[in-house]
Design a protein around this ligand. Structure first.
Ligand code: SAM
Length: 447
């Protein structure tokens, strides 16, 4: 559990008052009950209150801290607040969060003796030497079922890595759009605008940026010189190893992050069909496409897996990418609300859906072509097991080792950051280079 130490006495005082008068407590309650990404609720809260930038930043930090450390915080306050109403407990949890993360002055809190005791209790929970499912669930603040899942499937050492979110990268990853600009030129232009950035050691067009500025407001973004895309997502596209003039299907294209990267790598030749069932996502893809300068992307809004138009693509694509809908467990570090939202039942539903999508997408793959499966999940059920099941009933496919020299070298360079499973699937999990964790595997259809 990391804490942010900021010293803004006026804002902290205001925040404590907002907790005690119930305003912030209500927001925290909504965030915990709602279970969705908290930015919408934070936006509503700020639009009513209209606070300054510092207040906003601190409150957003408190809410994310609360979501990340919910279990440990509630356990720490529970002996003092047992039997009291929900609002009182949440107020207690928020006060403890303020005390812990903002080094707030004790005199601000009415129950200051309790806060010191609770903070000690919190430290004890965080540093619990026990590594049982129960103790890890409290010390790392994860639902018990996720801890048991990782322990069972990944062993203790890896579970500890997967649950540890003490390091949260403060960078944004960009992809230079090589159709419009060379990476060194983009870096130079970003630096001229006072933006701290550096190129990735592993992927030539990938740039790490550290800035407080809103990157999407830069004219360089509006004119399509770069896209915001995480390292792992760019790595998946590199591993697809597309060739100019080919026909590619991006079956779950979403808002087109990977489609655009593929189109750019193909230097505006060939064709990329970008399928999705979400109109909202396809509309967003069209906006990004207009910025990109690419002419080789064709967005297609599908009605579902039985969309008749899919028949026309039978055996047509030399590469099919299935970036399947998943629990997004590789993004928990940044989206802590998701760890409370995902359930074992949802995992089962998604696993079934992933199998169905992969099966359908495989029809589009040409003989000798590549079918790449990817997720941003760290759950084996959504990765390795989907592939095992698929291979059982689709014997014309086999796992293609990622052995073209470029990708092989890349994976060698990344050996500290990736884990290769027994099938040959790659899990990337290293927040130092990729904000999110990803899984991908390449299958080939026999000729
Ligand atoms: C992980 S997201 C894709 C992200 C995207 N590839 C990117 O790089 O930005 C999964 C996508 O699958 C789409 N999806 C779900 N079911 C689908 C189906 N049956 N056919 C096509 N797309 C589907 C969802 O709408 C969602 O946009």
């Amino acid at each position: 559990m990391t804490s942010v130490t900021v010293v803004f006495p006026r804002e902290i005082k205001n925040i404590v008052v907002d907790i005690q008068t119930g305003r912030l407590t209500k927001l925290a309650l909504q965030v915990l009950v709602d279970g969705n990404e908290p930015s919408g609720l934070l936006r509503d809260y700020f639009s009513k209150k209209r606070p300054g930038k510092t207040y906003r930043k601190i409150v957003a930090g408190l809410i994310f801290f609360l979501l990340r450390n919910k279990k440990a915080l509630f356990l720490a306050v529970s002996p003092d607040l047992k039997g009291l109403g929900c609002e009182t407990v949440i107020r207690g949890v928020l006060e403890l969060t303020v005390f812990r993360t903002l080094s707030a002055d004790l005199s601000l809190f009415s129950r200051n003796a309790n806060i010191v005791k609770q903070d000690l209790q919190l430290k004890k929970i965080e540093n619990s030497p026990l590594q049982t499912t129960k103790s890890l669930s409290f010390s790392k603040s994860y639902p018990k079922w996720i801890v048991s899942y990782f322990l069972l499937n990944d062993g203790l050492k890896r579970t500890l890595q997967l649950l540890d979110d003490s390091f949260r990268p403060n960078y944004i990853c960009l992809r230079a759009n090589s159709i419009k600009i060379k990476c060194p030129t983009l870096i130079k232009k970003l630096r001229e605008k006072g933006i701290e950035c550096s190129s990735s050691n592993n992927i030539p067009d990938c740039i790490y940026v550290r800035t407080e500025k809103k990157i999407s407001e830069l004219s360089l973004f509006k004119s399509g010189e770069f896209e915001i895309q995480d390292f792992g997502s760019q790595l998946i596209v590199k591993a697809l190893n597309v060739k100019k003039h080919s026909t590619i299907v991006d079956f779950c294209a979403g808002a087109g992050g990977k489609s655009l990267a593929i189109g750019s790598l193909m230097r505006n030749t060939g064709v990329v069909y970008s399928f999705d069932i979400s109109k909202n996502k396809i509309d967003k893809l069209k906006i990004r496409l207009a910025r990109s300068g690419l002419k080789n992307i064709y967005p297609v809004l599908l009605s579902g897996l039985n969309d008749k138009r899919l028949n026309g693509f039978h055996l047509k694509a030399s590469k099919v990418l299935v970036d399947a809908p998943c629990t997004c467990s590789g993004t928990f570090r940044h989206n802590p609300h998701l760890k409370w939202k995902v359930s074992n039942m949802l995992l089962k539903e998604l696993t079934k859906r992933q199998g169905e999508i992969l099966e359908k997408a495989s029809y589009l793959c040409s003989q000798g072509g590549t079918l790449m499966y990817a997720t941003c999940s760290l759950f084996k059920d959504e990765n390795e097991r989907v592939i095992e099941n698929f291979l059982k009933s689709n014997t014309e496919f086999f796992v293609q080792p990622l052995d073209n020299s470029y990708v092989k070298n890349l994976l060698e360079e990344l050996k500290e950051s990736v884990f290769i499973d027994k099938l040959g699937g790659v899990t990337l999990f290293d927040p130092r280079i990729s904000k999110y964790g990803f899984y991908f595997i390449n299958l080939t259809k026999k000729c």
